[in-house]
Design a protein around this ligand. Structure first.
Ligand code: PMP
Length: 308
């Protein structure tokens, strides 16, 4: 059994293969395929505190991405999406967290032979969550480094998949940045064009237009990315998805990253080159609108929130 001290932050309940369990009882075999070969698939979702109670941000879109991810790896999730949606809501409710990070995951267990999963392989589905409040109350510009490792390409593995196996690359990117005194890494794609940060998407503001790498640059189609594109267009900005050269990072007026964990965060410098004038007016407009949405104050985007 795992020591309770290691599980403290996960509250009193997790959902595991159809049952609500206490975290110390949700265990798997050390011979799980995922542990040996990285066959894990997951989502990262946030529940925010609003005046009308706790609301999960874009739950349907996150779950849809989880099913798209597993499909690309020939793995069929043994639950209907409606069941998982209820399970996510139930898990958050039981833990009583007002704001939290939610981690649904699907991974292969025992029942494999010489790498290949057998027909009877166990496909585990789990949902856990832990407290996490929005960091938007204290925005700050972070310092980024272009990493020496590149992102994989879709010629090697599906890059639209939120697959655990992609995250050793993310870890190395982030490790290099942090070891060298930076906060975040920016990865280039296999062709040397800007891709994304270690676990977030990147946007550049150039002359009042907003630019972001297209999905062809090994970019995960982030739910926050899509949300920001929608917000920016509604604010009247043109958003251009295209191939972006590394040089453009250094000369952009503003650079920011987006992600479930990162939310919307300004990049103050890249490779110690300061970005723009040190003011981020367009990022701030988007951030303000994003904050209105996640706190339930926007009348236009209520459909992005699932109240629990
Ligand atoms: N890229 C990568 C590699 C990520 O891990 C994430 C986080 N899921 C993102 C981008 C941002 O995606 P989202 O906005 O859906 O969290």
């Amino acid at each position: 059994m795992i020591k309770p001290a290691h599980l403290e932050k996960y509250g009193n309940s997790v959902w595991f293969d159809g049952e609500i369990l206490s975290p110390e009882h949700a265990t798997v075999s050390i011979m799980s395929h995922a542990l040996h070969y990285g066959s894990g698939f997951f989502e990262g979702i946030r529940a925010y505190e609003t005046e009308k109670g706790t609301a999960i941000f874009r739950l349907d879109e996150h779950l849809a991405r989880l099913y798209r991810t597993t499909k690309m790896f020939y793995v069929e999730i043994p639950f209907e999406v409606a069941t998982l949606k209820q399970a996510v809501i139930e898990t958050v409710k039981r833990n009583g967290f007002k704001a939290c990070y939610i981690r649904p995951s699907v991974f292969l267990g025992t029942g494999w032979n010489a790498l290949m999963p057998g027909n009877d392989i166990l496909i585990h589905t789990a949902i856990s969550c832990w407290p996490l409040a929005s960091a938007i109350v204290t925005p700050r510009a972070i310092h980024a480094k272009v990493a020496s490792y590149r992102r994989f390409s879709s010629t090697q593995t599906p890059m639209q998949a939120k697959a655990a196996s992609n995250y050793m690359n993310s870890l190395l990117l982030k490790h290099e940045a942090v070891q060298n005194g930076f906060d975040e890494a920016i990865a280039l794609d296999i062709n040397g064009q800007v891709s994304e940060a270690s676990a977030s998407n990147i946007f550049l503001v150039i002359d009042d237009q907003i630019h972001t790498p297209s999905l062809a640059s090994s970019v995960l189609n982030g739910i926050t990315r899509l949300s920001v594109i929608d917000i920016a267009k509604k604010l009247g900005y043109s958003v251009i998805e295209r191939s972006i050269a590394r040089d453009e990072l250094y000369t952009a007026n503003e650079v920011f990253i987006t992600g479930t964990a990162a939310e919307v965060q300004s990049i103050g410098s890249v490779d110690r080159i300061n970005i723009g004038s040190g003011h981020y007016p367009i990022t701030e407009r988007i951030l303000t609108e994003f904050k209105n949405i996640i706190t339930g104050q926007s009348t236009t985007h209520q459909h992005w929130l699932s109240f629990i």
